[in-house]
Design a protein. Structure first.
Ligand code: DOR
Ligand code: ZN
Length: 351
């Protein structure tokens, strides 16, 4: 059977290495969408106020566990939000106790709730040195925030101006470049074998900047880093389907209510938790690369984080277009599910 003729695929249960769950009523509404298919997820700490300390991470993890549907085995992997006041000892203790899997670096002002992020990278050097020593990964939102840098160039400039110098200074630090959107980032990861990996979102494998801007503005496709030109999307697909161990799924599924998306200054984020596995199967199928899907969603991530893959499996089956909820109701308003712009033929069964 050629790859194009595959109609059923059983793979290890996937993990999501970059996820926004929020808190309160929103958490309760969106968590089942991820827990339905995924075994684990790296949980982003950009709440208001952010999850900075080990104690805050424990409390947030407890709220996530309490919001899980009955019988779910989903496991949240917590992150700490890096600030210029973060205590290296607190980070190390949280890692040793299994409370925090990684630390998240937001350059101040880069995206949603990033005001407490890092302005002066020298101020966080002691934390980064400690993390390198204990083997704790740093998840990086890789965009500069300077107003004079064009928004479409902010990732490439970040690599040159921030990431390269930082990785030279703390060379033993394990770094995940999150939600990469450019050929530049793909090339940088490919050229650097040691301690570096990248996550790729579902939506950046599907949309380019025309989807956001051509023929009328589409706020539901607006996220950060913003989708780039088609050549960059193609580079991301090539990286994802390559099986290269340094690339794995981090959906960056980021719920905002429709009123908060559809306004003069709308929020950044695509909500893909609901249909991510069907979308990815479609992308890998179109690329003739279905046998590599498991590497991307279920094997490469755990390997980088030093964890075992999930024991459970899921089966993807190709057939008539699948139906899925297009809006998640929350007490704050509906959250629109990502529309890939094409039919999804792959249904998902958890075995
Ligand atoms: O589009 C995004 N939304 N990018 C981010 O980095 C943050 C996220 C959010 O929290 O809404
Ligand atoms: Zn994110």
């Amino acid at each position: 059977m050629t790859d194009k003729n595959i109609t059923s695929l059983t793979i290890r249960q996937p993990d999501d290495w970059h996820l926004h769950l929020r808190d309160g009523a929103m958490l309760k509404a969106v968590l089942p969408e991820t827990a339905r298919h995924f075994g684990r997820a790296i949980i982003m700490p950009n709440l208001v106020p952010p999850v900075v300390t080990a104690q805050q991470a424990v409390a947030y993890r407890d709220r996530i566990m309490a919001a899980l549907p009955a019988g779910s085995d989903f496991q949240p992997l917590m992150t700490l939000y890096l600030t210029e006041g973060t205590d290296p000892a607190d980070v190390a203790a949280a890692h040793a106790a299994g409370i925090a899997t990684a630390v998240k670096l937001y350059p101040a002002g880069a995206t949603t709730n990033s005001a407490s992020g890092v302005r002066d990278f020298e101020k966080v050097r002691p934390v980064l040195d400690k993390m390198a020593e204990i083997g704790m990964p740093l998840c990086v939102h890789g965009e500069v925030t300077n107003s004079d840098i064009d928004i479409f160039d902010r990732e490439a400039v970040f690599i040159d101006k921030v990431l390269k110098p930082l990785r030279k200074k703390v060379s033993d630090l394990k770094v995940v470049m999150e939600h990469v959107t450019t050929q530049d980032a793909v090339d940088y990861v490919r050229d650097n074998r040691k301690n570096l990996a990248a996550t790729i979102t579902t939506h950046h494998l599907i949309i380019n900047r025309n989807h956001i801007l051509a023929g009328g503005i589409k706020p539901h496709y607006y996220c950060l880093p913003v989708a780039k030109r088609e050549i960059h999307r193609v580079a991301l697909v090539q990286a994802a389907v390559s099986g290269d161990k340094r690339f794995f799924l981090g959906t960056d599924s980021a719920p905002h209510t429709d009123p908060n998306k559809l306004m003069a200054c709308g929020c950044a984020g695509c909500f893909t938790a609901t249909n991510t596995m069907s979308c990815l199967a479609e992308v890998f199928d179109a690329a003739g690369a279905l046998p590599k899907l498991e590497d991307f969603t279920s094997l490469n991530g755990p390997q980088f984080y030093g964890l075992a893959p999930n024991d459970d499996t899921i089966t993807l089956t190709k057939g008539a277009p699948v139906t899925y909820t297009t809006k998640i109701d929350t007490p704050d308003g509906p959250v629109t599910v990502f529309d890939p712009g094409f039919d999804l033929h792959w249904s998902v069964t958890v075995n």
